[in-house]
Design a binder for this molecule. Structure first.
Ligand code: MN
Length: 307
């Protein structure tokens, strides 16, 4: 088991506590400020400023906060300096997307509203960073979430994706358009209630994001914040991410059914082989509705299919 120790300012420790709000444990050791239990790592911060990371992801997690040098100015790497205090306990619309790095399957984008009153319930349901959850758990949690969380799910199927891409639209722009649209939808859904803030799981610089959506009729701009790892900043992003992945999984099941072979995730070499098989059985055209054609996998699959 690896571990890492940082020494941070009291301010950095309290920002850290907020960052890990959804992972805090009720038991804190003597002299401790907080204990957080992440899937791959436990973190204990002490009043002395020492922060101890333990577990397989200890070093990776510690690196988000500093290099481990004593008394170094903390949080140089903090991604979201402008978030209001107590952000994790505000009423927030969060948005996130799934499927952008997968050759097969659509892009799914979800915006979801979590009011501050619902935060404890979401924690109880096990809502947290979806990357740490199994598919089974994702499905289980998502099915409950969609019953009471106001959300908007947008699915960009690959016919459309490829059409946009061939017209020269970047994936970043597609994402931005869909995030904005999903946010518009949720704001409309929860009216007259208004969120304290909106948090977009950051995939592009703020200015670029707004450039991408500058021709849209409605542009969500008020109280909008961007943060990478948004899922650990507010549960609304974690909830959006879980629903987006659930939708993506369902779409992948549907494609598997349609094609009659298991459609894999990702963009690795296993994907090339399945794509080659599809080409042989159904022709290259079949990929247009199944996959993101501009990925290098298409080329590789063609080579395999020609062998
Ligand atoms: Mn994301």
């Amino acid at each position: 088991m690896s571990h890492a120790v940082l020494t941070l300012s009291p301010q950095a420790v309290s920002e850290m506590k907020e960052h890990y709000a959804s992972f805090l444990q009720s038991k804190v050791p003597q002299g401790g400020v907080f204990t957080a239990k992440l899937p791959g790592c436990s973190i204990t911060a002490y009043r002395s400023g020492k922060v101890l990371f333990q577990g397989k992801d200890a070093e990776k997690e510690a690196q988000k906060w500093g290099t481990g040098l004593l008394s170094q100015p903390a949080l140089k790497t903090k991604k979201t300096p402008s978030l209001p205090p107590g952000f994790s306990s505000l009423s927030v619309i969060g948005s996130d997307e799934v499927g952008t790095g997968d050759y097969f399957g659509p892009m799914t984008v979800v915006a979801a509203y979590v009011s501050k009153e619902q935060i404890p319930l979401l924690k109880e349901l096990g809502v947290r960073d979806s990357k740490d959850l199994t598919d089974l758990k994702i499905i289980e949690i998502a099915k409950k979430l969609i019953l009471f969380i106001p959300y908007s799910l947008l699915v960009l199927h690959n016919e459309k994706y490829n059409e946009f891409q061939q017209r020269g639209m970047s994936q970043g722009k597609m994402k931005a358009l869909l995030h904005n649209k999903a946010l518009v939808n949720v704001i409309e859904k929860i009216k007259p209630e208004k969120p304290n803030a909106i948090l977009i799981d950051q995939f592009v610089e703020k200015n670029t994001y707004y450039k991408h959506i500058s021709n849209e009729k409605e542009i969500v701009k008020e109280n909008v914040y961007f943060s990478t790892k948004g899922e650990s900043v507010h549960l609304a992003v974690a909830a959006a991410s879980i629903i987006a992945r659930y939708a993506f999984l369902k779409q992948m099941d549907a494609l598997t059914e349609k094609v009659g072979m298991t459609i894999p995730r990702g963009a690795g070499s296993h994907v090339d082989h399945v794509a080659a098989k599809i080409m042989k059985e159904h022709g290259v055209e079949a990929l247009h509705s199944l996959a993101k054609i501009h990925f290098a996998n298409t080329e590789k699959a063609m080579k395999i299919a020609q062998k």
